[in-house]
Design a binder for this molecule. Structure first.
Ligand SMILES: Nc1ncnc2c1ncn2[C@@H]1O[C@H](COP(=O)(O)OP(=O)(O)OP(=O)(O)O)[C@@H](O)[C@H]1O
Ligand SMILES: [Mg+2]
Length: 471
């Protein structure tokens, strides 16, 4: 339609498209910028390949217009780099020399189109860029569909396709149909409650209640009455009989979360219930049969607690027959992009915003973070990022500072070759120092004096280097 309209004189053929124009010749740059922006394109300009590559880390552009002959990185090299980074990117090459050979080379290297300078007409230029951008959008749409499929690499609400998570799914599958008590072990935020629900929902008890109980949140004096119920007059304030959570979850599942915080005397009663399938309300001698399935969860190492005497040995053995360990997020960084996109979609939809991408640099920061709060922390970070984002793409600045501030990672050797020698050397030395200091500190268990000794440096020198890298 627009083609018949001769690239839309006056009508805004480029509206909604963002173009990056790279040319070392400022006059061409200005004139192209004007031609494209009056036709509705959003235009960013850069004067060399290196700067273009670095701005691509944070911009999301729909097409690039690149000069073939430039000092530093040539147009062809830039083209190759860009397509290595993201093979959806479409580049229109331009050259003042108009030689057929370069045109062929450019097209072979994956250029979308080739234009001679001076341009045939302003409209022809705009049309070529428009077609490249449109092509990019089509490819992106297809990629989004693929991504959606990928997101289905999950298990109900649980996202993740790493080997340890697949093992978790396998365990859930095999215990869902039994009555066996299951112990879920894992750091805070690793998804213990999510997995407990999955076990419940996939088994024959799905229609009966699932009741999560946080054992650490109930005062010690009340925990028994909460779990097992009480009769009228059992204690001060017990003005009438009440059913406990075990009974309320009859036929279903009770999740005893943070079971490590259960008082020792309640542990005895729980053990009895697990063995006999019966409870006694507080203040009563009558036993009541309950067929409530028990799932226990703990973010402290129960074996440890047992050895310290804070957790009963007999109860531990009874609970830990089937243990599912949820891996911390830092041990499965390959799940981070999947989970990040999952939450991006969730929170963007909830706030009605069309934020669909996570920039390369942001993803690097997400992958480099150690996630002490695990998936919950990642979820919070993405929720916040959706609120902070000003564009369609999540940028590092949208993340909480402690996540965005990754130490500069080791620049790839290839990229360093384009830097002036002094700069390249400085970066290589920094990369070495950072890796060395980190490794020494790790070996010395975080003890600076010991690390310095092993490195053969005096302590203050070692500290100075370590500080540079936030150690
Ligand atoms: N693999 C996952 N995929 C999607 N969401 C997840 C995943 N793991 C955890 N979550 C989400 O992260 C949050 C924390 O999960 P959950 O409450 O199950 O953790 P937890 O292990 O019980 O933590 P805590 O020990 O602090 O209680 C929830 O919002 C949950 O939906
Ligand atoms: Mg929990």
């Amino acid at each position: 339609m627009l083609e018949n309209d001769q690239a839309g004189r006056g009508d805004q053929i480029g509206r909604g498209y963002h173009v990056l124009v790279v040319d070392d010749d400022l006059i061409t740059l200005r004139s192209v910028e004007r031609i494209l922006s009056v036709r509705g394109f959003t235009v960013t300009t850069e004067t060399n390949g290196l700067r273009a590559l670095s701005s691509l880390q944070t911009l999301s552009v729909d097409a690039l217009l690149v000069d073939l002959v430039m000092p530093g990185i040539s147009g062809i090299d830039l083209l190759k780099r860009i397509r290595e980074m993201d093979d959806r990117m479409q580049v229109v090459m331009m050259t003042a020399f108009g030689d057929v050979d370069s045109a062929v080379t450019a097209l072979k290297a994956g250029a979308h189109d080739f234009l001679n300078k001076p341009f045939e007409s302003a409209d022809a230029l705009a049309l070529a860029v428009y077609k490249a951008a449109e092509h990019f959008r089509l490819l992106s749409r297809a990629r989004d569909l693929e991504k959606e499929l990928e997101i289905h690499e999950r298990y109900g609400d649980i996202v993740g396709s790493s080997a340890p998570m697949v093992e978790v799914y396998r365990m859930v599958e095999s215990v869902a149909h039994s009555m066996a008590t299951v112990l879920l072990q894992g750091e805070s935020g690793t998804g213990k409650e999510l997995v407990a629900r999955a076990i419940h929902n996939r088994g024959p008890r799905a229609r009966a209640p699932f009741i999560p109980v946080n054992c650490s949140a109930i005062p010690e004096t009340l925990v028994e009455a909460e779990l097992f119920g009480h009769v009228k007059g059992a204690f001060t304030g017990a003005v009438e009989s009440r059913m406990g959570l075990f009974e309320a979850a009859r036929g279903g599942t009770i999740l005893l979360d943070e079971i490590g915080d259960l008082p020792l005397q309640t542990q005895v009663k729980l053990l009895r219930t697990l063995q006999d399938g019966e409870i006694k309300r507080v203040g009563s001698n009558e036993t009541v049969r309950v067929d409530t399935r028990v799932i226990a969860a703990s973010n402290i190492d129960l074996q440890d607690a047992m050895e310290r005497g804070a957790f009963r040995r007999d109860l531990f053995y009874r609970l830990s027959v089937i243990t599912i360990s949820l891996p911390p997020l830092r041990q499965r960084p390959e799940d981070i992009p999947l989970i990040a996109y999952h939450f991006l979609k969730k929170y963007a939809a909830r706030s009605g915003r069309s934020i669909t991408r996570i920039s390369l640099e942001t993803m690097q920061a997400l992958r480099a973070h150690s996630w002490p709060g695990n998936v919950r922390e990642l979820e919070n970070a993405m929720e916040r990022a959706v609120v902070m984002a000003r564009e369609e793409t999540i940028l590092p600045g949208d993340l909480p500072a402690q996540i965005a501030d990754v130490r500069p990672s080791q620049p790839s050797a290839e990229l360093m070759l384009d830097l002036p020698f002094a700069e390249a050397k400085k970066r290589a030395v920094e990369a070495f120092e950072s890796a060395y200091v980190e490794n020494m500190l790790k070996r010395a268990g975080g003890n600076v004096s010991e690390a310095a000794r092993q490195a053969g440096l005096d302590r203050s020198n070692f500290r100075r280097i370590a500080r540079k890298f936030g150690q």
